[in-house]
Design a protein around this ligand. Structure first.
Ligand SMILES: [Zn+2]
Length: 342
């Protein structure tokens, strides 16, 4: 048997024995400064204006709540989520255009290639579907200048997807980068939910619209894998802190529980009255628990106590704090996606 044939055979055997396969993620470009702890060399800066003062912090290229600072009783809080990481180019041509090749971080299938730069904030972007331990995850590569793959194409790790660029919203040539996400998918009913929710805003990306994809902390994941190559995504997400929990009415279309069965606790309970989903601050679902309390629509059941208003913490999905906290209309609408159309 040739090596090419042996590797899939070993992977298959591993899966059959119920053993987790190592994630083995590659970086999408040759810029590997992240792994050396060199943030300024790895991340593309953002342009910030705060209290009339302009700055270009590289920290704004990191994953998480790194944008739009606001003053609160608890100090400065960053209120806008960046669901991925912005990786700087290493090479530019004489006119300043980035030349870095963008590659698949793991083997998979290209499920979306948006060639129309004006159709998305991501500009030209590619989504690759991966299977890790039997569950599907989606890497997304945004702001490309060109795309060299097509939907349905199978790619190996490090295969070229396109070239880095600065297409999409709010970018210029100096800030060219690839925006990289690693996502969970929320629902297969996304398209009908989107149509019902945003009548005047066509969805041109099918299931691979950013609203249906929730990015995990991919930079922390790369660093964790350096130390612990056998780490799995469920183990990685087990470290994340729950900020809030939402009760959802039961639904046959609750895809999240089907996509990621490892999230579901209390599997023995038959038909629960509702499902309670735990989320971290970035809105990543972490845990699904059966509950005996019936609810007619999505309802907040917990918000971590603190002095900061829920709106600032959750980009207005939650309003208020403590016992007075509740889902906003925006929050409810988003949560309905998880159980749409029931
Ligand atoms: Zn970005």
């Amino acid at each position: 048997m040739q090596l090419r044939a042996i590797i899939p055979a070993i992977s298959f055997l591993g899966a059959a024995l119920g053993r987790a396969e190592p994630l083995n993620l590659a970086l999408p470009t040759d810029n590997d400064a992240l792994l050396r702890g060199d943030g300024p060399a790895f991340y593309q800066y953002i342009e910030r204006e705060y209290h009339g003062e302009k700055s270009t912090p590289w920290e704004g290229g990191r994953y998480g709540f790194v944008r739009n600072p606001v003053e609160t009783a608890a100090g400065i809080i960053y209120s806008r989520l960046h669901e991925g990481i912005d990786i700087k180019p290493l090479q530019r041509d004489a006119s300043g255009e980035p030349l870095d090749v963008v590659r698949a971080i793991a083997p998979g299938v290209v499920v979306h290639a948006n060639q129309m730069a004006g159709w998305s904030n991501y500009g030209r972007y590619v989504v690759v579907e991966h299977r890790f331990d039997g569950c599907k995850y989606y890497s997304l590569y945004g702001h490309l200048s060109s795309i060299s793959v097509h939907e349905g194409q199978r790619v190996q790790q490090r295969d070229q997807l396109g070239v880095m660029g600065h297409t999409g919203e709010g970018l210029n040539q100096a800030r060219a980068h690839v925006h990289l996400e690693l996502n969970l998918m929320l629902s297969r009913q996304f398209e009908s939910w989107h149509e019902a929710s945003f009548k005047n805003d066509p969805n041109r990306h099918g299931l691979y619209n950013g609203l249906n994809l929730v990015g995990i902390d991919i930079a922390r994941l790369y660093l964790a894998l350096q130390k612990q190559p056998a780490l799995t995504i469920p183990e990685f997400l087990a470290e994340e802190e729950t900020l809030y929990r939402v009760m959802l009415p039961p639904s046959k279309k609750f895809d999240l529980a089907k996509f990621y069965p490892w999230m579901v606790r209390d599997k023995s309970v038959g038909e629960p009255a509702s499902w309670e989903v735990s989320f971290n601050r970035a809105g990543v679902p972490l845990k699904i628990q059966a509950s005996a309390k019936p609810v007619a629509e999505p309802e907040l059941s917990y918000l971590k106590p603190g002095s900061v208003d829920g709106g600032t913490l959750t980009m207005d999905r939650i309003a208020g704090r403590g016992a007075n906290a509740r889902l906003t209309e925006k929050g409810k609408q988003f949560m309905r996606l998880l159980v749409f159309p029931d």
